[in-house]
Design a protein around this ligand. Structure first.
Ligand SMILES: NC(=O)c1ccc[n+]([C@@H]2O[C@H](COP(=O)([O-])OP(=O)(O)OC[C@H]3O[C@@H](n4cnc5c(N)ncnc54)[C@H](OP(=O)(O)O)[C@@H]3O)[C@@H](O)[C@H]2O)c1
Length: 276
């Protein structure tokens, strides 16, 4: 599988498993299946309330911790220096591990209405840097950060953010945000790479999938990975899990990549980092 290297040298696979809602009513089953079909990178967050299940499934798999990568995120209510340190400690405890491979600030603002978001963010980043220097996390980054949010911490940052995880899929490619984060050396990760199913049946997606002889989900994931964007799709059945990780062996033409990048907006979650 294609891999991506972070600015600090850490390497992630192109496809990871997104665990949001993956444990609902299923406990560890979907995660265990994901491990079985070959996923080795897991995206969770304190907000998902499933870190215990993720940790349990990973432990039960018997796979060595060093062969698995885990990302977690601190929630908006966990921002600030002390809160962030505490949040990471609690995530580690729930996951039953002594380090994370990646730790992200889930959203840039504690509360969209508050003016002091920049100082809260700077304090939070200080904690992230400390966690990184202490070896509690192997990489640190951002999620849902647009250029003006990145600017709020960039100059003062001792350790620069290594990742920006954004909502990205056909119909919502946020080109400016991607371009800016990349210009700062960050790896881009796509959340909701399938638009949480909202774009799976768009006629253009069905046509393209047909053209490249892939399923719509494979086409959508391949489209992002080909543009060096790591994807973390969530799926619940073994068939879909396998389908989503089998995205090699096709190349989308430059013309189609450009065409798809200029479609009208489709499938957006409606969650804007300045307004949520
Ligand atoms: N940083 C953030 O703010 C943020 C926000 C949202 C999500 N995330 C992360 O990103 C991950 C992925 O995003 P997401 O869960 O929102 O959406 P997604 O991965 O785009 O879509 C998941 C949906 O697509 C369905 N699906 C998966 N594979 C399929 C296939 N091959 N064919 C047909 N349907 C398929 C799933 O159904 P079944 O489950 O029924 O199979 C599920 O309903 C999350 O799990 C989470 O880890 C991060």
């Amino acid at each position: 599988m294609k891999e991506f290297k972070l600015s600090n040298g850490l390497v992630f696979p192109a496809v990871g498993y997104g665990t949001y809602l993956a444990t609902d009513g299923k406990k560890t089953e979907a995660i265990a299946q994901a491990i079985e079909v070959g996923y080795r990178y897991f995206d969770t967050a304190s907000f998902y309330k499933n870190e215990e299940e993720v940790g349990e499934a990973l432990k039960d798999s018997g796979i060595s911790r060093k062969d698995i990568q885990i990302c977690s995120k601190l929630w908006r209510t966990e921002m600030g220096y002390e809160n962030a340190l505490k949040a990471c400690k609690e995530s580690l405890e729930r996951l039953g591990t002594d380090y994370l491979d990646l730790y992200l600030i889930h959203w840039p603002k504690q509360d969209g209405a508050k003016d002091e978001w920049k100082s809260v963010l700077k304090d939070t980043w200080k904690a992230m840097e400390e966690l990184y220097k202490d070896g509690k996390v192997r990489a640190i980054g951002l999620s849902n950060f647009l250029p003006h949010h990145i600017d709020a911490i960039w100059d003062e940052a001792d350790v620069k953010p290594m990742v920006d995880q954004l909502e990205l899929h056909v119909g919502y490619m946020q080109h400016k945000a991607v371009e800016y984060a990349r210009s700062k050396g960050m790896l881009i990760q796509a959340w909701s790479p399938l638009g949480r199913r909202r774009i799976l049946e768009e006629p253009v997606v069905l046509d393209m999938a047909d053209k490249y002889k892939k399923t719509p989900a494979q086409f959508l994931l391949g489209y992002l990975v080909q543009q060096d964007i790591m994807v973390i799709p969530k799926a619940s059945s073994k068939e879909r899990l396998k389908e989503n990780i089998s995205i090699e062996g096709f190349e989308i033409s430059d013309e189609d990549i450009k065409y798809l990048g200029c479609l009208p907006q489709a499938g957006w979650s409606g969650e804007h980092p300045d307004l949520v």
